[in-house]
Design a protein. Structure first.
Length: 119
């Protein structure tokens, strides 16, 4: 049986997993993007199961302006005997500064699903 050889060597640079990048400063008067907070609530989540959540902000023409996703799980409250829980999150979106329509006309859609349901 032939041995498996890796042609690349492990170096300090290949093991660097995190890096910090300093962003250039901006002028708030010129780059005042709008922030929108979506309050997300997902009911009847099985406790201890991982859930993938996606939240999309779109305008009245169904143009997607921003989206975010995350993975979480509902945990058992110490005093609760229920087998289901609720996930609540506030998600902040940055709306592009060139978006000129009324923010009251934006729509938000949330989708959630279990991941690894058999674990």
């Amino acid at each position: 049986m032939r041995k498996y050889f890796n042609s690349t060597r492990c170096t300090k640079d290949s093991c660097e997993l995190c890096r910090t990048i300093n962003a250039d400063p901006i002028d708030m008067e010129r780059h005042g993007a709008k922030l929108v907070t979506a309050k997300v609530k997902i009911n009847n989540v099985c406790l201890g199961k991982k859930v993938a959540v996606a939240c999309v902000v779109y305008d009245e023409n169904n143009k997607i302006l921003a989206f975010k996703g995350f993975i979480t799980m509902a945990s058992r409250d110490a005093s609760s005997t229920k087998s289901c829980g609720t996930i609540e999150r506030d998600i902040v979106f940055v709306i592009p500064e060139n978006y000129s329509c009324d923010l009251d006309k934006l729509n938000v859609r949330t989708k959630a699903n279990y991941i690894y349901p058999c674990e």
